[in-house]
Design a binder for this molecule. Structure first.
Ligand SMILES: *Cc1c(COP(=O)(O)O)cnc(C)c1O
Length: 349
C-alpha cells in the first residue's frame, strides 16, 4: 500500500508554523549573545541547549549509519511515543493498534491524547497474529505499535510478519527496539530505506545504562522526522543530557562489555531458574530480563520482597498468568536472587 505522509498527518499539524527559537534565527557563532534573554553570567547552564541537538545527532548518525535528518531525540522514548500520537492521530476520531501484551506507555499516551486503542492479542507464544490484527484495523487506524524484542515477554517478533504489516498498512508501524542491543539480531535500522512507514524507537535507558538521563531516539524517514520536529518542545533535551550522551557515544565500544556480561548472566539465570520445582517455564529472552512462569507467582513475589529483592509481578497481564518479570542484575545480585529462591523452594517443600 502506498504510504502518504500528508494523508496521515493531522491537519492542524500539517498547517502548523512551528515556534522559532532565537537559535533557529541565528545559527552562526558570535561573541556576544543578546538574543535569548539569557542571564549573561556563566553558571555552566546559563545558555539554552541546542534545540536541534546537532552534535549528538551527528555522532549517533555515525554509529547507526543513518542521515542525521532521520533522527529525533526525545526526553526518553516516552516523549517520542507521545509526539507520534499527537502528530498523526486526531483525538476522538483516529485509533492506534497495540498488540497485547506489551509495554504500557503506548496505551497510556494514546489515552492521554483521547485516541482510541485497539488491543488485539499476540499469540500465546507472544508473536504477531496478522489475521487478528487485520480484524481490528480500519480506515481510522494510524499507528501500529510493535515492540521487538517485546516487553514483558522478551522475544523478537517474527520478521516476515512485521514485513507483511509494513507492506499492507497505510499508516505508520512503530517498532520499539528498546532491548535490541541484547538481541541476536541487528534489528530493523537497515530496513528504514525500504519502508517509508517504518519508525524505530531506541533508548539510552537500557543497554547504555543512562535511564536517569532521559534520552530516547527515534529513527524514520526524513518526512516523518520533519513532522515530529515541528511539534516537539524546542529545548526538549537539556544540556547535561546532550553533553553526557555525546561523551558516551564517542567512546570505543561503549556498551559491549556490559551487554556481553548481562547476556551471559541471562543464560546462567535461565538454567538455574528452570531447576526450581515451582518454576513452570522460563521464556526464551532476547533482552536483559526473563519472564518466568511459576506455580505461585504472588507467593514468590512476596518472599523476594521480604528479602529486599524487587521483581515485577506481571501475573495480571494477558498470557502472563503466574508470571514474574525478572531483570538480569550483576553476578552478585543474581546469586542473591537464586539463593533467596532456594529458600522459597525449601519453605514450600
Ligand atoms: C524501558 C523501555 C523503554 C524506555 O523508555 P525511556 O522513556 O526511553 O526510558 C521504551 N520501550 C520499552 C518497551 C521499554 O521497555
Amino acid at each position: 500500500m502506498k504510504f502518504d505522509i500528508n494523508a496521515i498527518t493531522r491537519k492542524n499539524v500539517r498547517e502548523l508554523k512551528p515556534y522559532n527559537t532565537a537559535r533557529d534565527d541565528f545559527k552562526g557563532v558570535a561573541t556576544v549573545y543578546l538574543d535569548a534573554n539569557e542571564n549573561p553570567y556563566p553558571t555552566e547552564f546559563n545558555r539554552y541547549p541546542d534545540p536541534k541537538q546537532n552534535a549528538l545527532k551527528s555522532e549517533i548518525s555515525k554509529l547507526k549509519q543513518l542521515d542525521p535528518l532521520q533522527i529525533i531525540l526525545g526526553n526518553g522514548s516516552d516523549e517520542i511515543i507521545d509526539l507520534l500520537i499527537r502528530a498523526f492521530c486526531e483525538p476522538g476520531i483516529d485509533n492506534v493498534i497495540i498488540p497485547q501484551p506489551t509495554y504500557g506507555m503506548y496505551s497510556v499516551c494514546a489515552a492521554i491524547n483521547n485516541v482510541e486503542t485497539k488491543l488485539p492479542e499476540l499469540s500465546i507464544d507472544f508473536d504477531l497474529d496478522i489475521q487478528n490484527i487485520n480484524a481490528y484495523l480500519n480506515d481510522k487506524s494510524k499507528i501500529i505499535f510493535l515492540c521487538s524484542p517485546n516487553n514483558p515477554s522478551g522475544n523478537l517478533l517474527e520478521q516476515d510478519k512485521i514485513k507483511s504489516l509494513l507492506q499492507s498498512f497505510s499508516g505508520i508501524v512503530v517498532l520499539d527496539e528498546a532491548y535490541i542491543d541484547f538481541a541476536d539480531s541487528d534489528g530493523w535500522i537497515t530496513s528504514l530505506i525500504d519502508y517509508p512507514n517504518l519508525f524505530l524507537l531506541q533508548t539510552f535507558s537500557k543497554a547504555w545504562g543512562l535511564a536517569g538521563l532521559r534520552l530516547g531516539v527515534g529513527y524514520g524517514s526524513k518526512e516523518i522526522i520533519q513532522i515530529l520536529n515541528k511539534i516537539k518542545p524546542p529545548y526538549n533535551i537539556n544540556s547535561i543530557t546532550q553533553n553526557i550522551a555525546l561523551t558516551e557515544v564517542k567512546k570505543d565500544n561503549p556498551i559491549t562489555e556490559w551487554v556481553d556480561t548481562l547476556k551471559n548472566e541471562r543464560r546462567i539465570l535461565e538454567v538455574l531458574l528452570n531447576q526450581f520445582s515451582f518454576v513452570e517455564k522460563v521464556y526464551p529472552s532476547q533482552t536483559n530480563f526473563l519472564l518466568v512462569k511459576m506455580i505461585n507467582a504472588k507467593a514468590c513475589y512476596q518472599h523476594l520482597l521480604t528479602k529486599g529483592i524487587i521483581v515485577r509481578d506481571r501475573s495480571s497481564v494477558i498470557h502472563c498468568d503466574n508470571c514474574l518479570r525478572i531483570t538480569v542484575g550483576t553476578p552478585n545480585e543474581n546469586k542473591e536472587l537464586i539463593n533467596t529462591l532456594y529458600d522459597f523452594q525449601n519453605i514450600n517443600l
